[in-house]
Design a protein around this ligand. Structure first.
Ligand code: ATP
Ligand code: MG
Length: 603
């Protein structure tokens, strides 16, 4: 299916873009330049994420610039300047010191997007402890699983989550967990369940970050669990170089920006780009505590005068489903750049952005393991709807073939599908899977990092996502990527979302089956089912088009919003559902946590 490229005119952009000449920027790229853009700890004591994000601004001209504006669920607003964020995170680092929590110890954070979470993250990094953020909707099972796997020493959480997630009960099974710090109790509950406000009030607002080697561990991030049991990817402090550089190029951040990243810090996007990168750039970061709500989101864009917005395909598809006219109903005149990550961004969604938001949506690709954006569409460059764009300067990405002899062959001709591979060496590359050296080693072949995704590259170097290697469907001699089929279905006016799998078939290998959820104005019917089959055939040809279509209201998704095709398939085939710790559930299910505990597979 052909989509019209979206051309850009430099004159029409509201600010001068950071990346104008792609080829030239790639050719002249030099990591030393990125080092120079950051400060480093005073007296050559190393490189620390929190110092670059906060302290260097707090001791410079941006001291009183608004660093973080927090929008509470009930309408409250809390503002933090760079100076106040520095002071608060200093206090938190001192709290850790007082408790004897040291370099390398794992600090877990389990909270919704509240200011204390952001302060704890920055304070943890200052004390050179390893931060492990958890998604607040996790039930007891996934929480315990991760605390055990990561040997957590401290857990920062709220009183409600402490009670509801039954943290006290699981502590008997977590011998390394020494302290639980509650963000919202006025006094210590006992000698190890402590009041964070009380500790913070007693702590000094001054703190000197200890020497931090660039290779010091900083972040432990669990993957989304889309393809199986989540893995703990470890990142180091010099990742900050990449956070900074990638936000400069791929998010086009400028000092006066008001930036909103909708991802939760429970996922890597919510820390790399929801905390580190924007603060490193000294911009104003918007944090919304509430969950998705179309009207609220448009209102935030309007009222906070957001200029750069980083979100995800799942959210964009939900906005599309609402059928609102955002440009007519809201003043979005400050918004100048939109980017998306997490799943393939269907061409339909890119075009919806152009038509309804009057801005294209810039897809970019990366993973928990890569720590930052690897392939992107840029502000000044043409967008080819459905393409993830081109590698960032400093990043070498190629399509490779995995050979039977255990080696790889780099594919030189364009349009050939293969494994998306990256040449290791960028600063935010993961340094290991926690307690799984063997799995880490398997990711590397002949000096390439094999991402696990399949893609192809066109003549101009744009990358096109085909699917996860695990999700590829083999039907009648064809290799079919679910993305292509889902994107075709999404062009039908009734379709809100689609998840495509292969169902084993004795004759043709696998039959393409689509699970489809409909927009509110449409009802499932046999007529519509047949119409969608015809729609697919007309656009994809009969070899690739889905032969089976099933209507399903809510497609199973991870909490980070990715369609779990492996679960659609397991359910279709009556196979074990595997690790469901990251499956998005209703609020009630998460509250009780019962299903999580019962279903999750402990390591
Ligand atoms: P797990 O590794 O546990 O199965 P996951 O791969 O979903 O989970 P993440 O690291 O959060 O965990 O997600 C990275 C993956 O998300 C990528 O490997 C890719 O499959 C998908 N992805 C991210 N961005 C894009 C994009 N722009 N286009 C297509 N796919 C994307
Ligand atoms: Mg993955």
């Amino acid at each position: 299916m052909e989509w019209q490229p979206i051309h850009k005119s430099l004159a029409a952009l509201q600010v001068s873009p950071n990346l104008v000449d792609y080829v030239q920027s790639c050719r002249t790229f030099d990591w030393a330049q990125v080092h120079r853009a950051l400060t480093g700890l005073p007296d050559g004591q190393g490189l620390n994420i929190a110092y670059e994000a906060v302290d260097r601004h707090a001791s410079g001209p941006r001291r009183n610039h608004l660093a973080l504006r927090w929008l509470g669920k009930e309408g409250e607003v809390r503002d933090f300047t760079y100076a106040s964020l520095a002071e608060q995170s200093n206090r938190f680092a001192n709290v850790l010191c007082t408790l004897g929590v040291n370099k390398g110890d794992r600090i877990f954070v389990l909270a919704s997007r509240i200011p204390e979470l952001y302060i704890a993250v920055l304070g943890t990094l200052k004390q050179v402890c390893v931060l492990c953020p958890l998604f607040s909707a996790f039930g007891p099972g996934p929480i315990e699983q991760r605390l055990a796997l990561g040997d957590g020493r401290v857990l920062v959480t709220t009183e409600r989550l402490f009670q509801q997630r039954k943290i006290a009960e699981m502590r008997a099974r977590l011998p390394t967990l020494e302290y639980v710090l509650l963000t919202d109790v006025p006094a210590h509950l006992d000698s190890s369940v402590l009041s964070l406000p009380q500790l913070m009030a007693a702590a000094s607002p001054q703190f000197t970050i200890p020497p931090t080697a660039p290779e010091e561990n900083a972040l432990l991030h669990f993957t989304s669990g889309t393809t199986g049991k989540p893995k703990g990817a470890l990142h180091v402090h010099q990742a900050v170089l990449f956070h900074y550089m990638s936000a400069h190029y791929a998010l086009d951040l400028h000092p006066d920006d008001v930036f909103w990243c909708t991802a939760d810090p429970g996922w890597v996007t919510g820390t790399s780009y929801g905390i580190s990168a924007p603060l490193c750039h000294g911009v104003t970061l918007i944090v919304d505590e509430a969950e998705f709500d179309a009207a609220r989101w448009y209102q935030i864009l309007e009222e906070q005068q957001v200029t750069v917005w980083y979100t995800a395909p799942t959210a964009i598809r939900r906005l599309m489903r609402m059928d609102l006219e955002p440009r007519q109903q809201y003043d979005l005149s400050h918004l100048r750049f939109i980017a998306s990550v997490g799943e393939p961004l269907n061409p339909e969604a890119v075009n919806w952005g152009v038509n309804r938001l009057h801005l294209p949506i810039h897809d970019n690709w990366w993973q928990t393991e890569t720590g930052g954006i690897m392939i992107a569409n840029y502000a000044a460059m043409e967008i080819r709807p459905g393409s993830m764009g081109r590698p960032l300067p400093g990043i070498e990405a190629r399509i490779v073939e995995l050979l039977e002899n255990g080696h790889v062959r780099v594919v030189d001709s364009p349009t050939v599908e293969g494994h998306l591979a990256l040449r290791p060496g960028w600063p935010s590359m993961f340094r290991g899977y926690w307690h799984d050296e063997e799995r880490y080693a398997r990711c590397f072949v002949d000096g390439w990092y094999i991402s696990g995704d399949l893609a192809r590259q066109d003549e101009e170097g744009y990358f096109w996502f085909v699917g996860r290697a695990d999700d590829i469907i083999k039907t009648a001699g064809h290799m079919v990527g679910p993305f292509e089929v889902e994107s075709a279905l999404l062009t039908h006016p009734a379709v809100a979302e689609a998840g495509v799998i292969g169902v084993p078939d004795p004759v043709i290998g696998e039959v393409v089956k689509a699970f489809v959820s409909l927009k509110p104005a449409f009802q499932p019917s046999e007529t519509l089912r047949l119409e969608l089959i015809g729609w697919g055939r007309a656009r994809l040809g009969s070899a690739v088009a889905p032969k089976l279509i099933e209507f399903q209201d809510n497609l199973p998704k991870t909490r980070s919003g990715k369609i779990m095709r492996r679960l659609l398939k397991a359910r279709e085939l009556g196979l074990p559902e595997g690790d469901l710790s990251t499956l998005e559930r209703s609020a009630e299910e998460a509250e009780s946590g019962a299903t999580d505990a019962a279903r999750s597979v402990l390591p």
